[in-house]
Design a protein around this ligand. Structure first.
Ligand code: ZN
Length: 190
């Protein structure tokens, strides 16, 4: 297991459509399964960077793999925990009509925060790292994180989803000028 380099905005892979994962290769037995090793490395990288989620293109691999995890802490007390979950070949199969706005960050846009409006609820179909089909109905913070990460598989970053670029800030200035008046909506670097 190891920490991988993060592809930052400007790396062409962040603008590509990621390739589907071959489920047979994913579940092939043996200690040298490269896809399982990649997933372990992505988990290490996400945790090392303090992210809430990571997508394979962010470690310069064109594959449809997303990992999310969030543990509540004092700094961001308003969000629910998200257990460590690996989503392989995830697809959003349903989006709710109601929307919600969150300040998002991104490991590939390290110090920027932007206010993004997305559907409040989504249904995601995917496979686990064991190749088992999953259907996840996500609300709130998990819905935001999943939409953000699945966007990476489509060559999108959160800037593309912003409708008002006056709501874009460096993290330090965001902390100074924005958190007080908008304390209910905190981003992590997702
Ligand atoms: Zn991101």
């Amino acid at each position: 297991m190891s920490v991988l380099n993060i592809a930052r905005l400007g790396h062409p892979i962040l603008r590509e459509i990621a390739k589907p994962v071959d489920l047979e290769a994913l579940t092939a037995p043996g200690d040298n399964n490269e896809l399982q090793q990649l997933i372990d490395d992505m988990i290490d990288t996400m945790r090392d960077e303090g992210g809430v989620g990571i997508a394979a293109p962010q470690v310069a691999r064109s594959l449809q793999i997303v990992i999310v995890e969030y543990q509540q802490n004092e700094r961001y007390p308003s969000q629910d925990d998200i257990p460590l979950t690996v989503y392989v070949n995830p697809v959003i199969t349903h989006s709710g009509k109601e929307t919600a706005s969150f300040w998002e960050g991104c490991l590939s846009l390290k110090d920027l925060r932007g206010l993004v409006t997305r559907p409040r609820e989504v249904t995601v179909e995917a496979y686990s790292r064991d190749g088992k089909k999953m259907v996840v109905e996500a609300k709130g913070f998990l819905a935001v994180v999943l939409q953000h990460e699945i966007d990476h598989l489509l060559g999108k970053v959160f800037l593309d989803r912003m409708t008002d670029l006056t709501q874009l800030a460096w993290a330090e200035e965001w902390q100074t000028y924005w958190t007080e008046k908008d304390s209910a909506q905190n981003p992590e670097a997702i």
